[in-house]
Design a protein around this ligand. Structure first.
Ligand SMILES: [Zn+2]
Length: 310
């Protein structure tokens, strides 16, 4: 049967030699003295990759099954928190990253975590990250737009973005946000979601712990694990990922940052063209060249805001 059926194979603990992205990094692997330092971890949470969610019926706040979706979401996150705490004492932040970023009921979240919710917020889905963190984990993530058999695949904004390319590599939200952490020297140590997004993560760095909770059979249908089974895997994955801190290199793009943002229609690009440094490439595409990844990240997020307003 497919790999996702086997619980032991669902947590893919792949080790790897330096890969093509190592050459982009320029950062060194941080060393963490686990015996003397309280761990600090930020979990960024999206919704499309949560166990059991296969369509917009559970991800839209006006949908009838939204309540089920937000329950499943917080329980996947709590499983990750439990896994971190099994590995040791930790300060844990959780940054909401879906829609209006107010999906999880605060009281449902594990009490060990600090929740960052609402939008807009600095650094968007990974708000709060800085160089004081030891690691970041992504839970409920999804693959980039156009991915074959990627549950609810899109790139940041399904309405606005056709594709996002940074330094000649098309990326989704895993790399987009992983590189924000990498900017601060913080490694992405675990990605939880469907099979497609875990493959996307492993292409960035095969050392990242990945947990597959479902396998898409189309963009809006999937074979999904029972939530309790998935949560157990997430908990074990998080514990394992903490053990890998210090051996997983941060993922980052080397400046200068050349970014192509391709929109779903030309009106959006017409609006974004007003931004400083924006270069119009063609009807639907804007190019930015910036000397700093956070500036490029900000330009991208601002582009989406503008595209949503025209
Ligand atoms: Zn989302």
């Amino acid at each position: 049967m497919a790999v996702w059926i086997s619980q032991t194979s669902l947590v893919c603990l792949l080790r790897g030699t330096p890969n093509k992205f190592n050459t982009l990094m320029g950062s060194t692997v941080p060393t963490v003295d686990m015996t003397s330092k309280r761990l600090k971890v930020l979990i960024s949470v999206d919704m499309e990759g949560i166990t059991g969610i296969v369509s917009g019926n559970m991800t839209g706040s006006s949908q009838t099954d939204y309540g089920l979706g937000r329950d499943l979401m917080v329980k996947d996150v709590n499983a990750a928190i439990e896994g971190i705490l099994e590995a040791g004492d930790a300060e844990i932040w959780v940054s909401e990253g879906h829609g209006g970023m107010e999906n999880m009921r605060p009281e449902d979240l594990h009490e060990a975590a600090t929740l960052v919710r609402g939008t807009p917020k600095p650094l968007s889905q990974i708000c709060g990250i800085d160089d004081t963190f030891d690691a970041t984990m992504f839970v409920g993530y999804h693959s980039m737009k156009g991915t074959l058999h990627g549950t609810l695949s899109h790139t940041y904004s399904g309405r606005a973005i056709e594709s996002l390319t940074v330094n000649r590599m098309e990326i989704g939200e895993t790399a987009l946000n992983g590189a924000v952490a990498g900017y601060y020297g913080v490694p992405l140590v675990m990605v939880v979601g469907d099979l497609a997004v875990t493959k996307e993560a492993e292409a960035l760095n095969p050392d990242i712990v990945t947990v597959v909770v479902k396998e898409a059979v189309s963009r809006t249908a999937a074979k999904t694990l029972h939530p309790k089974v998935a949560r157990d895997l997430i908990r074990k994955g998080a514990r394992e990922a903490v053990g890998r801190i210090g051996s997983i290199e941060p993922f980052a793009f080397k400046p200068p940052i050349e970014m192509y943002v391709r929109f779903t229609n030309a009106t959006m690009a017409d609006g974004v063209e007003f931004m400083p440094t924006a270069e119009r490439v063609d009807g639907k595409t804007i190019r930015f060249v910036l000397d700093d990844y956070l500036k490029a990240f900000g330009a991208f997020v601002a582009s989406v805001v503008i595209a949503g307003a025209v």
